[in-house]
Design a protein around this ligand. Structure first.
Ligand SMILES: [Mn+2]
Length: 424
């Protein structure tokens, strides 16, 4: 299944008059439309290889059919999405779920869809069939040096796999921790983990980054050895200049002020990247922007302000990735919604009148501060996001075109209705 330029052209033609009308109104209301458009066009969000199949919960899984059966088909799916929105030009692989048999061929296939490889992700939260020692009681933190060594070697192997594909970063997320008080000596667990991370860090290619992702709870329910941004920051500060903290929006305790965390990590030069999703209660991995779009905007507001203060490139200096998994939606439709939600929040953050906000902050004018932020948040920027897509050769309404041409129906016809993607 391929989305052709003809599909896009026909779809866009039918909507062009309405689009231009909407865009004209919007650009008459704001004064930096061209600059925002340019930034939107440069901004790409990586798609994780495990989000292309229907996600499950521990209670069940309800695949929708036509899921990618191997890495090649996962790349094809991200290629479809990228053809529609021109904004998801990267894929993030999970090893060992997606080990390429022929690295060069996979690289070429991805390039033929306009895709590059984003961060590679290691996995020591599950035991694999051919594995000698178990991670039941942790991996990099384990009391037994032999288990730690096995986990270290896995991570080094993942870096090698990533190098062959042209990735430039590894994300380490550990499920290590404890379920009951007394089970673990916290200090020992931290020191073991640090020592293991140092061994992995020592093998990083010079231009690579290592992202340490934290999570408050689950699968361990009493303590997590990388449980919050403070613990992640301790590790990355000790590891060195190539180590950074990765923020996954769903990995906080309820009501955490994520935008403040982001601001301070940026200030310290230690924010590396993002995993976008949304949640109501915990690590729900729901569609980005589906529950708390204002929070997403406030996070982007801090990102834009902080990156500009440091002279960073919005497009390339942080890793942008979706990390979601869903049981009731078509995975590609969900991803299309997520990418658009990210672009909307980013465009709104670019609208914030920084000078006026600074002045209002200096005056302690709390009311004015809120007005400035909410005026940006309440601007309907969908016309700008669509215009950025149009200029890149994408569809004015990616989701609309996806349904018009019956992408899922065609994928089910090609792959069958009982396919199962590897992953969560
Ligand atoms: Mn994540």
């Amino acid at each position: 299944m391929k989305i052709t330029p003809n599909h896009i052209e026909a779809h866009n033609q039918a909507r062009l008059v309405q689009h231009v009308k909407r865009l004209d109104f919007l650009t008459s209301e704001i004064n930096n439309a061209d600059a925002i458009l340019k930034k939107l066009m440069d901004f790409q969000v990586a798609i994780p290889s495990w989000a292309l199949g229907t996600g499950g919960t521990r209670f069940g899984r309800f695949p929708g059919g036509g899921e990618p059966r191997d890495l090649e088909e996962k790349i094809e799916d991200v290629g479809l999405l990228h053809a529609l929105n021109c904004s998801s030009g990267a894929i993030s692989l999970h090893i060992p779920w997606d080990i390429p048999k022929d690295g060069e061929a996979i690289k070429q296939l991805a390039a033929s869809h306009g895709l590059r490889f984003d961060a590679v992700n290691s996995n020591t939260f599950q035991d694999q069939d051919n594995q000698a020692l178990s991670y039941k009681f942790g991996s990099l933190q384990h009391m037994d040096k032999a288990v730690r060594q096995q986990a270290v070697e896995h991570n080094i192997e993942v870096i090698k796999q990533g190098e062959a594909l042209g990735s430039e970063s590894i994300t380490v997320w550990l499920s290590d921790g404890s379920c009951f008080p007394g089970q673990l000596n916290f200090r020992q667990a931290f020191q073991n983990t640090l020592e293991s991370l140092r061994e992995i860090y020592a093998t990083l290619p010079k231009h690579w980054k290592m992202f340490i992702e934290y999570k408050a709870y689950e699968p361990n329910f009493y303590s997590m050895t990388v449980g919050d941004w403070g613990q992640s920051l301790l590790y990355v500060q000790k590891l060195g200049p190539q180590a950074f903290t990765l923020v996954d929006l769903g990995h906080h305790l309820p009501n955490a002020n994520i935008e403040q965390i982001v601001a301070l990590l940026l200030m310290e030069g230690k924010l590396g990247g993002f995993h976008f999703n949304d949640s109501k209660y915990g690590d729900d991995d729901l569609t980005v922007g589906s529950i708390r779009p204002y929070q997403l905007f406030l996070i982007f507001n801090e990102l834009v302000e902080g990156m500009d203060a440091l002279g960073m490139s919005h497009a390339t200096d942080l890793g942008w990735m979706i990390d979601a998994s869903h049981n009731v939606k078509d995975p590609l439709e969900d991803l299309a919604q997520s990418v658009e939600a990210i672009q909307i929040a980013y465009a709104q953050a670019l609208l914030v009148d920084r000078k006026a906000l600074n002045a209002a902050q200096m005056d302690n004018d709390t009311v004015r501060c809120q007005e400035i932020l909410q005026s940006a948040f309440r601007t309907d920027v969908r016309g700008l996001v669509a215009e950025a897509r149009l200029r890149l050769g994408g569809a004015l309404k990616p989701l609309g075109l996806f349904r018009e041409v019956g992408v899922r129906k065609e994928l089910v016809r090609e792959r069958g209705s009982k396919t199962l993607a590897t992953g969560l």
